[in-house]
Design a protein around this ligand. Sequence first.
Ligand SMILES: Cc1cc2nc3c(=O)[nH]c(=O)nc-3n(C[C@H](O)[C@H](O)[C@H](O)COP(=O)(O)O)c2cc1C
Length: 141
Amino acid sequence: MHILIYYSKATRLMKKADLDLLLEESCSWNAVHGLTGILAYIEGTSENHKEARFMHVLEGAEEELNIVFEKIKCDSRHHQIVLLKKEHINTRTFSQCSIKHEHIDLSANLNLKAFFNLDNQLLQSEAFKGSDAALDFLKSF
Ligand SMILES: Cc1cc2nc3c(=O)[nH]c(=O)nc-3n(C[C@H](O)[C@H](O)[C@H](O)COP(=O)(O)O)c2cc1C
């Protein structure tokens, strides 16, 4: 079994109905293919400017993860997709497929600002990729 974690930037802000649709189409496919995990949709406000990121952890058979990730990468609802982690695991952390929606006031939370304020330099650094920061964040939802 493998785990795959990526993050991306939403092309536009998503409404609840958009997220419900995404949940429905994603989780029905994932359930049939033995994939579990959590998709976090995070809207951040900084200097009166709103933008959103996805962070997604998926667990399951490697070949199923490869197939779904190819589909996900082609999806026009997001872009700037960065793979943070793909590695072998022995046990699952998540028992089902779900989506969580958070709004973060980035100006009030400096740690998350570094994390989510589109700081690609930090997020793509080897130190961050090698750490469990992303997984820990997703588990905290
Ligand atoms: C951020 C994001 C995460 C997604 N996660 C999944 C997923 O876990 N499983 C899935 O089947 N589709 C997921 N999708 C949807 C796929 O990109 C795609 O639209 C869907 O699988 C239907 O593809 P198809 O029409 O080629 O079958 C996700 C899309 C986005 C934007």
